[in-house]
Design a protein around this ligand. Sequence first.
Ligand code: ZN
Length: 287
Amino acid sequence: MSSPPFPESNLTHQILARAREGGYAVGAFNIYSALNLQAIIQAAEANNSPAIIQLFPWSLHFHGPHFISYAVSAAHSASVPIAVHLDHCTLPSDAELALSLPVTFDSIMVDGEVEYVKDIVEKAAKRGVTVEAELDRIAGGEEGLPPPEKVDDGKMTDPKEAAEFVKKTGVHFLAPGFGNVHGGYPMGGPEGCWDLERLGEIRNMVPEEVEMVLHGTTPAGDELIKEVVKSGVRKINMNGMVRKGYVNAMRENVGASEMKWQQEAVRAYAEDVGRVMREVLGSAGKA
Ligand SMILES: [Zn+2]
């Protein structure tokens, strides 16, 4: 039996294409450690849900290539489909490094101009890796991201420009800017800032097989995220919004034994991730 052609052969593509067919979304969870990795895999397996694990370029340097290899091996050995993604690759040297690893990511996100994105799409295809890009910089910062030059440099994506950008670059996944930012929101929060009408227009203008990605979810309420899923967004990035229980469990148990605090922290993290899979994304039971 021959394997399907690229990008159908790619795991991130497969996970998101199935989500489109099933009308649900898949969480993309940022990890900073082996404990985080373990929590996401546990939650996905316990809820029979697909998942995406994402790392910042920071991990390429802090943890090194062996950790990427470990994360990919652990994710791909799970009993449910779990892809590994490189989030927010702003430096061409990091994208090149990622694509040169013996064991690499299923997909990577690059932030930058058309030429850079197009170049990486071509290079990544040779490794069977799919690419996500944002059209206009989604402003704000989160742990692991370089700080924005200005706090207010987030721009709304023009639906027509989005369609052109996808055509010119060949990206597989698009992260539009529709009032979403990383980290802190102004008064009114995501509920007051997100332009869902614009998001719907962007979805309509861009070819159906190019999946939409949501960044800047913290601290959006469940109902708002469900609306976004209804608009056809299939990859929902979740970082801060599923880490509170984990951080609290660590704080509460840090004086206990090394084994105890790790177990408690992973348990709390997996619980929060499982909750969004069941109650918000609709991915539970879909693996
Ligand atoms: Zn992001």
